[in-house]
Write a protein that binds this ligand. Structure first.
Ligand SMILES: Nc1ncnc2c1ncn2[C@@H]1O[C@H](COP(=O)(O)OP(=O)(O)OP(=O)(O)O)[C@@H](O)[C@H]1O
Length: 259
């Protein structure tokens, strides 16, 4: 029997309610890589399905890249736990060699292509939402990577509407990565490692920015264990008029913090 911690199921329930992620009648396609995050996600949704006062459907979908990946064990895992599952086989790996844009990281190329297959499968099969297993550490890392290396301030919202009309939801967005790792470990579920990005098989630009940012946040958290609490609060407390965007400036600042 799979044990989902109270903490995770409470966080998922709360996030779901606060952002109206899943509602009555929703059909949710879940991106299931077999990593610890999306493995937790399918079990968290299974649990939500059993306790929520409304009905919704979901199916786990695994996209393969055409690299001869062995994913039958993921189908077996879902079958064992009564979760619908489908494998979508693609040739992304072959395409990557030909089509990758200069200076774009291979991991982001794979991620974009994979997302495309998840979207088209959802649309073809009448799903209205796509759920992904991103968590709070992902949101913060992504924010700081963009901040430090890409000159933009952006992160990962709990929900957004894609151009094709699908809603993309992230029910684990307030869970810490270590909680998801603990879930997989304590249930002795064999998961695909985080280094599974197929881009790492090419001798090209590695995800240096992510590794550096992860390391930095871990160091900062050692000194200040509350740092993620503060960062999460900050994401709900954005004061646009204190930045440099001309259109957002108030012009009159009653308390000049820097004075
Ligand atoms: N091969 C795949 N097939 C289907 N969905 C995927 C696949 N790879 C990733 N996803 C989805 O995209 C999300 C983000 O992918 P990313 O590679 O950044 O995840 P990760 O942090 O390694 O997560 P996970 O532990 O779930 O693999 C995953 O949590 C999952 O929902």
């Amino acid at each position: 029997m799979i044990e989902l911690s109270k903490k995770i199921s409470k966080l998922v329930g709360k996030t779901n309610a606060e952002y109206s992620l899943i509602k009555e009648g929703d059909r949710v396609l879940v991106g299931f890589s077999g990593g610890k995050d999306s493995t937790t996600l399918i079990h968290a949704l299974k649990r939500l399905q059993s306790v929520a006062p409304y009905n919704f459907e979901f199916k786990a979908v695994t996209v393969t890249y055409g690299m001869g990946e062995q994913v039958q064990f993921l189908a077996d895992h879902c079958k064992e736990h009564g979760i619908d599952h489908e494998i979508v086989d693609t040739e992304i790996f072959e395409l990557a060699g030909e089509k990758i844009r200069k200076n774009s990281s291979f991991c982001s190329f794979f991620s974009r292509m994979r997302r495309g297959y998840l979207y088209s499968t959802a649309l073809e099969q009448g799903y209205n939402k796509v759920a992904l297993g991103h968590h709070l550490d992902d949101a913060m890392e992504s924010f700081f990577m963009n901040f430090f290396y890409n000159g933009t301030m952006r992160s990962m919202p709990p929900v957004y509407k894609a151009e094709n009309g699908l809603e993309v939801i992230r029910p684990l967005i307030f869970c810490r990565e270590r909680q998801l790792r603990a879930f997989a470990d304590s249930n002795e579920i064999s998961v695909i490692g985080d280094e599974a990005c197929p881009g790492l098989r090419f001798d090209v630009k590695m995800p240096y920015a992510r590794a550096k940012t992860k390391e930095l946040l871990a160091q900062l958290e050692e000194d200040n264990p509350q740092i993620f609490v503060s960062m999460k609060a900050a994401f709900n407390n954005i004061q646009l008029s204190t930045f440099f965007t001309n259109d957002e400036l108030d012009r009159i600042d009653p308390i000049d913090e820097e004075a």
